[in-house]
Design a protein around this ligand. Structure first.
Ligand code: HAM
Length: 408
């Protein structure tokens, strides 16, 4: 027997139905906020992710599905979606066109991580990317959008919020942080490496000893410039105004290198150790960094796999139509009628003739709302016997009338 690969899984129908409901809900909410769909390839050049997600990140350092294709190109299964969308934004000259463009997308991402509950090597994200607005109200809007989605899905989360500063204030903070790290020999090897590649990443080190040391590290928020401070307090005021609860977390630096200013994560207490439901923030420099015209940008991605067991699906009662014949000679007719009804109704067609009792039992198992069958009598008179399985009403009607009605 051949099994699926480690960290990869099938979504069987019970779960796929929830998955489709979640995606539909996400798309509908995103459209209300003015986002349009975009879909980019699953495979991209490796250097796209090296330059955007960053060489110092775990994603690029350890987790990429990277290989040389038959044409000798160094390619990678996308570990996240932002880089591909930015590549497309530039390649299709939307940066040069200027203005505001807002995209949403969903699909598979690949990270060669150690699998555990809620952590897969192939997983699915729903994400939005908004280009062209520096106004912090857009940061607030994407957070409110995400909050609306989670509310619609009945999922409780709390928000962790941070500001990572901008190219004006960050270099000063980074220098002070490096000086601090140089005085502390006891930091872990990973942090020693981060000190040289992307020092701010030390702040979310999982090593407890490091965290003890960082209690005395220079404060990120104390080093924000006036503009970053002003934007951050405006963002908080908007979230307060809309009643969103958040926790300020100076150590929230995110695992991807492209962020500046706003960074946020939505966390759930109900899904175990892999508690981050979604994450995002502002990435005003990434378009320029990938050789595009400088463009403001902000977005988030939500991990769909972690949500699936939490989602409360709306009750689905009986629905659709079941059709069957009571004698062999009626099967072709019932097949034809059932197929025609599929233009407007969900129809289950039984290909074998059965007793009325056996058909009704099967229709009940399928949770059908409507039941139609033909016996020899109905066949001779061009009629169908119809029953509503909810209110139990029964009637015999002409085939032409049966074809006109919708049974949904
Ligand atoms: P990220 O924080 O790397 O951000 O991923 C976003 C979400 O994807 C996480 O919060 C988590 O729910 C889910 N996720 C990540 N790794 C896994 C995994 N191995 N298994 C299951 N779920 C996972 C990004 O990907 C950025 N592109 C977000 C963004 C968009 N920032 C701006 N725009």
């Amino acid at each position: 027997m051949i099994s699926s690969l480690r960290g990869m899984r099938d979504l069987l129908p019970e779960t796929s139905i929830v998955y489709e409901f979640v995606v539909k809900t996400c798309c509908e909410v995103a459209q209300k906020y003015g986002f349009e769909p975009i879909y980019t390839p699953l495979l991209e050049e490796t250097r796209l992710f090296k330059r955007s997600v960053g060489e110092s990140s775990d994603i690029v350092g350890k987790e990429m599905y990277q290989f040389i294709d038959k044409g000798g190109n160094d390619v990678c299964l996308r570990p996240e979606g932002t880089a591909g969308v930015v590549r497309s934004f530039i390649e299709n000259k939307m940066d040069k066109a200027g203005g505001i463009r807002k995209f949403y997308y969903h699909g598979a991402m690949f990270r060669y991580e150690r699998p555990q509950k809620g952590r897969f090597r192939q997983f699915n994200q729903f994400a939005v990317e908004s280009f062209g607005q520096s106004d912090v109200r857009e940061d607030a809007s994407v957070i409110l959008l995400l909050n609306d989605i989670l509310k619609a899905l009945g999922i409780k989360t709390y928000i962790k919020l941070n500001s990572l500063g901008c190219p004006k204030c960050m270099p000063n903070f980074r220098q002070k942080l490096v000086e601090f790290l140089e005085q502390n020999d006891e930091i872990c090897d990973d942090c020693k490496r981060r000190k040289d590649t992307n020092p701010i990443r030390v702040l979310d080190c999982k090593n407890e000893h490091c965290q003890q040391i960082y209690k005395n590290a220079p404060s990120l928020h104390e080093h924000l410039c006036d503009e970053c401070k002003e934007d951050f307090s405006k963002l908080r005021a908007i979230l307060d105004d809309f009643g969103l609860k958040y926790e300020l977390d100076e150590k929230l630096v995110r695992g991807l290198d492209y962020y500046s200013k706003t960074a946020f994560e939505f966390i759930s207490d109900e899904i175990g150790a892999q508690s981050s439901i979604a994450g995002g923030g502002r990435y005003d420099r990434l378009v320029e960094y990938l050789d595009g015209k400088p463009t403001f940008a902000v977005g988030f991605a939500m991990g769909l796999d972690r949500l699936l067991e939490l989602v409360k699906m709306p009750e689905s009662g009986r629905n659709g139509l079941y059709v069957g014949a009571l004698f062999d000679g009626g099967v072709d007719e019932i097949f034809k009628l059932g197929t025609l009804k599929r233009a407007n109704s969900k129809v289950f067609i039984e290909y074998k003739s059965r007793s009325l009792k056996a058909h009704l039992k099967q229709a009940d198992n399928k949770n059908a709302l409507w039941f139609a069958c033909i016996g020899e009598d109905e066949f001779a008179k061009g009629q169908v016997w119809l029953k509503n399985l909810e209110n139990k009403e029964e009637k015999t009607i002409l085939i032409e009338d049966f074809l006109k009605e919708d049974y949904v």
